[in-house]
Design a protein. Structure first.
Length: 297
């Protein structure tokens, strides 16, 4: 079975070890969001008059793409404040190993408000012009995606991490990143939203045909940690009913997995899920990602 992991992180010197693990597990390809596990996300350099914008780079993954053709590709984090945004994204569009953009407005209240106000329109305009899909980390605010989906119908939008509010681990991290006096209390409250209520908002995003769902961190988001994540299965079935398996792509985010399953366990939580048909598994584990990211097998 073809397997494409639609989110991993990769740091310096890690490609050879990752390929060995991929070979052992039968993973054909991985989409890398190069992040060296710091805050903000190195590798990057500041741009803009006061250095307020971040322009990321992906040196480890670019090298891996040359060393292991077809096994690696990467996405580019886009910053709405980048004064040369359009030119930068055109440059990346011309790299055959760049498959998508990513934006993460769901990690502070200020960025959520900016997203709601349409301040990320320039990113979506570039995506429409350049033909690049966008991953959006929106942390429980999936209702805000509808405006962008309707205004930019040609842009393929993938909601990250099941679209759910942050679990306890991420809520703590978000609070620390935002750094306001009430941040810890606010993000704890956001993370405590009833799951049925939060999940209903995610499922409504399926009404937009250009929106897909990335199935990642299900263990943390649905209190389903531990192989084989049985408690997450009803939510995945509901997602398939709403989006169709052809709009759901699996990701391990293995280097940032909050519930400690191994890479193999995360794969087999899908492969051995008795609720899924073979067709469902083929779409979720690779087919959707290959189609939405224009990445042939």
């Amino acid at each position: 079975m073809d397997i494409l992991d639609s989110q991993v992180h990769l740091g310096p010197g890690g490609a050879a070890e990752m390929v060995k693990a991929m070979d052992a597990l039968g993973i054909a390809s991985v989409l890398v969001d190069e992040w060296w596990m710091g805050t903000p996300g190195h590798p990057y350099y500041p741009v803009g008059k006061n250095g307020e914008a971040i322009r990321t780079t992906s040196p480890t993954t670019e090298l891996a793409c040359w060393q292991y053709p077809g096994r690696f590709a990467f996405l580019v984090r886009a910053d709405r404040r980048d004064p040369d945004l359009k030119h930068v994204l055109k440059f990346w569009r011309d790299n055959p190993n760049v498959k998508a953009l990513r934006t993460s407005p769901g990690m502070t209240r200020a960025e959520i408000a900016a997203f709601a106000a349409g301040e990320e329109d320039p990113i979506f305009e570039c995506a429409a012009e350049l033909g690049l899909p966008i991953f959006v980390q929106i942390s429980g605010n999936t209702h805000l995606v509808k405006r962008y989906a309707e205004k930019f119908p040609s842009v393929k939008i993938i909601i990250c991490h099941t679209g759910m509010p942050p679990g306890p681990v991420l809520a703590t991290i978000f609070g620390q990143m935002e750094g306001l006096p009430d941040s810890a209390e606010h993000w704890a409250k956001v993370g405590a939203e009833p799951k049925g209520q939060a999940w209903a908002k995610v499922l409504r995003a399926a009404d937009s045909p250009n929106v897909a769902l990335k199935w990642a961190h299900a263990g943390a988001m649905f209190d389903a940690g531990g192989y084989p994540q049985v408690a997450a299965r009803p939510y995945l079935k509901q997602a398939i009913s709403a989006f169709g398996a052809e709009r759901i792509m699996w990701a391990s985010d293995i280097s940032a997995n909050q519930t400690s399953e191994s890479w193999a366990e995360l794969i087999f939580s899908i492969r051995e899920n008795p609720d899924l048909s073979e067709s469902d598994k083929q779409w979720i584990l690779a087919g959707t990602a290959r189609e939405w990211l224009n990445w042939p097998k």
